[in-house]
Design a protein around this ligand. Structure first.
Ligand SMILES: [Zn+2]
Length: 350
């Protein structure tokens, strides 16, 4: 059996992992690359593995960097089934819904979805390869949630696995123990006092649930499907409001390298939107504690649930500094064999 990293290796977008062997192949996640032209061009390259040999797609959750490439895969001639949890399926329409915690037999493998606590319907995926009892178990973390979210249950224990693909988005950061409600009301107070407007770029699902939980009384907020300002309605709001000093843009999710969101957080004085150069005078704020991703301590806590060390951990879905720091932490605290996946890399699974 082989495992190939087709995306989310050295970056936080384009999650696509191919497991193949015994004349069967399965794609886990089918995400879009985001973050600047160089990344987005990858979405237009032909899908590398032969499509007629791809048996099924297994999805962890409905974020665009995990599912956004599906329409193109289908348009390119993929006719197999797509499996995902019921809630993910409801968001996507095209999929075969599967229940949580039930081993789903597929040709030559069996897959089990377990809640990941990251988003409604989000899962980490256990894939048992081969039919024997001693078959190796591959676990795909997908995006892992937090242990103290107001709207999601924490991810359950991972008990047993041979090879683990672990996301590392916040591998170099522990989320501040910041009282979210307090931080938001301070911001809202400032915005109200200056008679300003608060824009919150949030993913259509996920962060939005949590933001709305905290601020029901928000008077004017632009909520958009593009949390990283890569497209969508929020860009229209930004174009008009970024040049005004009384506006505040609040980020509540991870901003990938190369996105407009990242540029704003790094202090960009102007931004290209719909072909125009827009001057930035608005206030830029971030509440990290609202992230739907586990912080470094939470990733380590989840790993600590394993009954025996996995034979190999591959770090995916992270920018290099985050993955490198997490690799160091796992090595020194848990002693698990860990390496950072690179795009296009294929490894043998025994
Ligand atoms: Zn996600």
């Amino acid at each position: 059996m082989q495992l190939t990293f087709l995306g989310a290796a050295g970056t936080v977008t384009g999650s696509r992992f191919l497991s193949s062997g015994n004349h069967r192949s399965y794609l886990v996640d089918c995400g879009l690359f985001q973050g600047g032209r160089r990344m987005e061009e990858k979405n237009w390259q032909p899908f590398a593995p032969p499509l007629d040999r791809l048996d099924a797609v297994l999805l962890t959750h409905a974020h665009i960097d995990h599912v956004g490439y599906l329409p193109r895969l289908v348009a390119s001639g993929f006719h197999g089934l797509v499996y995902a949890t019921g809630a993910t399926g409801a968001l996507l329409e095209l999929v075969q819904p599967v229940p949580f915690h039930q081993s789903i037999p597929l040709d030559g493998v069996a897959a089990t979805w377990r809640p990941a606590g990251h988003l409604l319907g989000s899962a980490f995926l256990e894939v048992d390869l081969g039919a024997e009892a001693a078959r190796p178990r591959l676990v795909f973390s997908g995006d892992l949630g937090r242990y103290d979210s107001e709207v999601m249950k924490p991810p359950p224990k991972i008990e047993d696995c041979d090879v683990l693909l672990l996301e590392s988005t916040y591998g170099d950061r522990v989320h501040a123990d910041q009282p979210i409600a307090q931080e938001l009301s301070r911001l809202l107070g400032e915005v109200a006092e200056s008679k300003g407007v608060l824009l919150i770029p949030a993913f259509a699902v996920g962060r939005t649930q949590q933001v709305l939980y905290h601020i029901r009384a928000l008077q004017e907020a632009g909520l958009s499907a593009s949390g990283m300002l890569t497209g969508g309605r929020i860009l229209h709001h930004l174009k008009w409001r970024l040049p005004e000093a009384c506006k505040t843009v609040l980020f509540v999710g991870y901003q990938a390298e190369g996105t407009r969101g990242r540029a704003l957080l790094e202090g960009a004085k102007s931004l290209r939107v719909h072909g125009d150069q827009v001057t930035v005078r608005a206030q830029i704020a971030q509440v990290d504690a609202l992230s739907g991703h586990a912080g470094q301590d939470e990733l380590l806590r989840w790993l600590g649930g394993l009954r025996r060390p996995p034979s190999q951990v591959y770090l995916v879905h992270g920018e290099p500094p985050a993955s490198q720091e997490l690799e160091r932490q796992i090595g020194s605290r848990l002693g698990y064999r860990t390496s950072i996946a690179s795009e296009g890399m294929t490894v043998e699974l025994k």
